[in-house]
Design a protein around this ligand. Structure first.
Ligand SMILES: [Zn+2]
Length: 62
């Protein structure tokens, strides 16, 4: 499994060099806690992390 990066701005996970959600290049290989958001409106985690797009996110990015 290739190393994934987490966006420091929106916490989205990606294999690429650019965040697929906010298009930031500020990515970090140091993250923990995988969260999969399917229904943004009904997810308390999405609310807490300010996530508005379904996808895979890191809980903590350092
Ligand atoms: Zn992002």
């Amino acid at each position: 499994m290739p190393k994934e990066y987490a966006c420091r701005k929106c916490h989205a996970l990606t294999n690429g060099r650019i965040c697929p959600i906010c298009h930031s290049t500020d990515l970090s290989p140091n993250w923990s806690g995988l969260v999969i958001i399917i229904n943004v409106k009904e997810s308390q985690i999405a609310k807490a992390l300010n996530i508005t797009t379904p996808g895979r996110y890191a809980l903590k990015v350092t």
